[in-house]
Design a binder for this molecule. Structure first.
Ligand code: ADP
Length: 375
């Protein structure tokens, strides 16, 4: 290509980069900025003249939702350069020149020379401010509606009880049966409203973990006691095994909900057989399995179980109702405890949910980093 053609292509590329609506910059292998487009300038406030030739880590800072700094160990650009493949870091917070935090969606791709060697990387980061605003508006709408529904529901339940007990005059057997149906639906609505409010509080960081030594063995025993009646009503067994106990720390009341949700689901989605809760360890972490002989979850749906409102296609076989919020809440609580939730499942054979918890010392470090306010 002649030099005038090269210059023309360069000018065209410059124009394309400049008019791109998404923030974009190019770095070499040392993360020194080679190209910085106009959208990057308007999103982060740094002009091209201020950043060219500088290492991006000196003026850009990416922080994820949990406050974890990505630019040192988990820098998406460094990962891209090191592994020579595209990295999508998702929506993170970028620190602008003004000190303001801007939500951006980061994806990085490696750049190669003619010999196929990685010579740098390009990062594209659309501004997600509008999407974040819509998301937070949606969350606050859900929370307001849920709050407003709670009071009338409590009153409806109270009056239903009065009528059912005959306090407003004698009722027939058929009226009593109909009132029971209304009552069970009011209870379902109440559970949905409470789950929505709890999930909103957990997701927005308004729930604080009260860190104390946590007796998992006692928690499992209590859970078995609570659910034994439900299991025997369905003709299912429910048992626990303690192989080994690792000292852990956490919020007993909050974390009990994890075990209760998993056991309640195990019983709900099982037609024959039963559930085993097993306490043990893997490496230095505590490990709790909740294993059932239930309907299972298809392999292509397993990855969705922690999403809000998700219900697996196998749920219908059990005739059970649900909102699909329980596991979203469970996942949030496990994450707040620095733990991990894994699922193995096979349709028609059963499911095994496993929760891992860090040993007490690591959890104490998390406690120090924990922010947020109680409601
Ligand atoms: P739900 O209120 O529907 O029970 P969850 O969030 O607790 O909501 O669970 C989401 C979905 O995951 C359920 O609807 C069900 O399809 C599936 N699921 C959860 N636990 C199990 C289990 N132990 N066995 C089979 N399916 C399960």
């Amino acid at each position: 290509m002649g030099s005038s053609n090269i210059q023309r292509v360069e000018r065209e590329l410059d124009r394309i980069f400049a008019s791109l609506g998404h923030g974009m910059y190019v770095v070499d292998n040392e993360r020194q900025v080679l190209i910085w487009n106009r959208a990057a300038e308007s999103i982060l406030g740094w002009s091209e003249g201020e950043v060219l030739g500088r290492s991006c880590k000196d003026f850009i800072s990416h922080v994820d939702d949990s406050g974890c700094q990505l630019c040192d160990k988990k820098c998406p650009l460094l990962t891209t350069i090191g592994d020579s493949h595209t990295v999508f870091a998702g929506t993170v917070w970028a620190l602008a020149k003004s000190g303001e935090r801007v939500p951006v969606s980061v994806s990085c791709a490696p750049l190669f020379d003619d010999e196929g060697r990685t010579v740098g990387a390009v990062e594209v980061f659309p501004d997600m401010t509008h999407e974040k605003e819509v998301e937070s508006f949606k969350d606050s709408m859900v929370s307001v509606v849920a709050h407003e529904l709670r009071t009338p529901l409590t009153s409806m339940k109270g009056y239903l009880d009065l009528v059912s007990e005959g306090d407003a005059g004698e009722i027939t057997d058929m009226q009593c049966k109909f009132l029971e149906i209304v009552h069970s639906n009011v209870v379902r609505l109440e559970e949905l409203v409470n789950d929505l409010l709890d999930l909103g509080r957990l997701e927005s960081g308004r729930v604080v973990v009260h860190w104390d030594p946590m007796d998992l063995e006692a928690m499992i025993t209590e859970t078995v006691e609570t659910f034994t009646a439900m299991a025997s009503e369905k003709g299912l067994w429910l048992k626990s095994e303690v192989l080994e106990a690792v000292p852990v720390q956490g919020d007993y009341q909050l974390f009990s909900r994890v075990i209760s949700n998993l056991v309640s689901n195990a019983l709900k989605y099982t037609i024959e057989g039963g559930t085993t809760i097993r306490l043990g360890r893997e490496g230095d972490r505590a490990k709790i399995d909740v294993e059932d002989t239930g309907v299972g979850i298809p392999a292509d749906e397993v990855g969705h179980v922690l999403e809000r409102f998700f219900r697996a296609s196998t749920a219908a076989q059990t005739g059970s109702t649900g909102s699909g919020l329980g596991l979203a809440i469970t996942g949030e609580i496990v994450e707040k405890h620095g733990g991990e939730l894994k699922l193995e499942s096979s349709v028609g054979q059963g499911s095994k949910f496993t929760v891992f918890l860090p040993p007490a010392s690591e959890a104490t470090i998390l406690e120090a980093a924990e922010g947020g306010q109680d409601d």
